[in-house]
Design a protein around this ligand. Structure first.
Ligand SMILES: C[S@@+](CC[C@H](N)C(=O)[O-])C[C@H]1O[C@@H](n2cnc3c(N)ncnc32)[C@H](O)[C@@H]1O
Length: 206
């Protein structure tokens, strides 16, 4: 089983395969609903995407002022090739020094990131996001979640995720409440391929 999991990890590190897998796993309607209900984009919105991967979220956003950070060279190369001037892409882990030269953002995104991070790393990402945001700014997260009563196939798939730190709703929410002034949490069940996501809107007081 460990060999299969390692094989899947290696395959998904290829950006095009990762993007195709994401499209297969989540319906476009589900993504559009998530963007409308949580990101609430508007033209010119300042967006900081932490762990942006191939920046596929840009397919669902209008012309925003977008900066994406990711530690994967191949994902960032792919984002640059696909989206070019629609964003600025950085192949590095975001840190405090970056925030000195970056503008303040309306929204920070950590999409599919927190479940890859242990509690200390996740808290640090949330603290960086809070520092990067304008008053009233919001961090939006989405991650796989273990949830009572979820479809057994969804539970199986969530267990098999590449992330080593998949949490339950309370686990994600507790981390966010330590850093943000208000936190809205929602668990959504996907039916197309059964899967369960935890989505959070974490707000800095205005
Ligand atoms: C599941 S992917 C999500 C990618 C993208 N946000 C999306 O929604 O498709 C998780 C991403 O987090 C990146 N990552 C993991 N740890 C990171 C860190 N500490 N800083 C920045 N990126 C990180 C990985 O390289 C990977 O691209």
């Amino acid at each position: 089983m460990a060999q299969i999991t390692d094989g899947v990890r290696a395959i998904l590190s290829h950006p095009q395969i990762y993007t195709a897998f994401q499209l297969l796993m989540g319906s476009r309607k589900g993504r559009r609903n998530f963007v409308a209900d949580f990101i609430k984009p508007f033209p010119g919105m300042g967006v900081l995407d932490i762990g942006c991967g191939p920046a596929d979220i840009l397919d669902f956003l209008p012309a925003v002022d977008y900066r994406g950070f990711d530690i994967s060279e191949s994902y960032i190369e792919n984002a640059q090739k696909k989206f070019g001037a629609r964003g600025t892409f950085f192949n590095k882990q975001l840190d405090d020094r970056d925030l000195v030269s970056l503008p303040k953002f309306d929204v920070a995104l950590a999409l599919g990131l927190i479940h890859h991070l242990d509690n200390a790393e996740a808290s640090n990402v949330m603290r960086l996001a809070r520092t990067a945001l304008k008053p009233g700014g919001r961090l939006i997260t989405i991650d796989p979640v273990l949830h009572p009563g979820q479809n057994p196939i969804a539970r199986f798939l969530v267990h098999k995720d590449r992330g080593q730190n998949v949490r339950d709703r309370v686990g994600y929410e507790t981390l966010a409440r330590e850093v943000f002034d208000s936190v809205r949490v929602e668990v959504r069940h996907q039916t197309w391929i059964p899967y369960t996501h935890c989505m959070m809107e974490c707000t800095v007081a205005g």
